[in-house]
Write a protein that binds this ligand. Sequence first.
Ligand code: NCD
Length: 329
Amino acid sequence: MAMVWTRRHILSLADFTPNEYDGVLQTAASFREVLGRRTKKVPALQGQVVANLFFEPSTRTRNSFELAAKRLSADTLNFTPGSSSLSKGETILDTAKTYLAMGTDMMVIRHEQAGVPMAIAQEMDRLGAKVSVLNAGDGQHEHPSQGLLDLFTICSLLDAESPRLELLAGKKIAIVGDILHSRVARSNIWSLTATGAEVHLAGPPTLLPLLFGECGNGREGKLFLHWKVEPALQDADFVMALRLQKERMGQHLLPSLREYHQLFGITRDRLKLCKPHVKVLHPGPVNRGVEISSDLMDDAQFSLISQQVTSGVAVRMALLYLMGGGKLH
Ligand code: NCD
């Protein structure tokens, strides 16, 4: 499949096309091959500048974007809010313009408020700057690169040589936990329902509001809500557990973590409801023994958690590469 990448920014998966998903999956597969070589670096983005602007803490996303940029031979800049001019009163847009003035080609942005990456992208477009903005997680809105690396992890398991969207047809995927606060869930709902898969959301009613059932963009009939975990797990091919985001919980939305684990925790016993080949994902960071029982988390027969982290580098290389190359057309 020949594909021309035309998207300048990646802010959301809501309007991603099947062609774009497949383009990312195929490109990521070729970078996974590069990462398996003795020399793990390619010159694709030589001379380009990738700035990681993380206004919120991160381990996996930030480091894998940085490693991905370095593996593509780009120069990287890292911004840390505590030690930046933000603490002297500089606005976020002015911070972004500062990076632009230094010749930044791609900005990878994480912020605790939804919409910040889009606001920066709009400002860059208004200025006529040929800069690409990648949303690395904005508030409760979206986390597109996580959605894409989860998709890559799942599709690679189904066909390692040729991961592609159509492999998801007929699969059942359960997403369990704090859906309300999860930007990962919101991005995954778009990607996993983009083809014939069914997505079953499960969580306590306080963390899974009814409005999540309203899926648009031609995805009607592919998304199901459950306030008990068992019907979501029944015959599932994949189970994705999500972290309880205590930092975003304003009120007491849960009686206790112990009770949550008893009612919604993913355990070996509960996995017996799923298909025999079921695999478990979690975007991390994990509250051990809360979302997933600790022993299950480390069990390579079921857990894809470390594969997700590994996939993250290849997928982020693919995104930077496609956007960096797209700019040359
Ligand atoms: C997620 C995030 O920050 O949105 N983590 C990640 O990027 N791997 C999920 C979370 O914080 O629970």
